[in-house]
Design a protein around this ligand. Structure first.
Ligand SMILES: [Zn+2]
Length: 71
């Protein structure tokens, strides 16, 4: 598990991602299983100073939140 972030990682997140390598957007701090998506998020965050819902819905945090990922 690769987590460089210190403020968004709670104990509950360890349940589903223990054996996965995650890529973090350095702008918003969300984690992604796919490096390309993490890069997209980072590029979007830098350009617009905010996150794209279409990208953040793919984040590990959003996936584990119980919300519908299809939205
Ligand atoms: Zn981001």
């Amino acid at each position: 598990m690769v987590l460089a972030d210190h403020n968004t990682t709670g104990p509950e997140y360890n349940i589903g991602i223990a054996d996965k390598v995650l890529y973090q957007c350095s702008e918003c701090g969300l984690h992604y299983e796919d490096e390309q998506i993490a890069k997209q998020c980072e590029a979007y965050c830098k350009e617009y100073q905010g996150c794209s819902m279409d990208i953040t819905k793919l984040s590990v945090e959003r996936m584990n939140s119980g919300e519908n990922p299809q939205l």
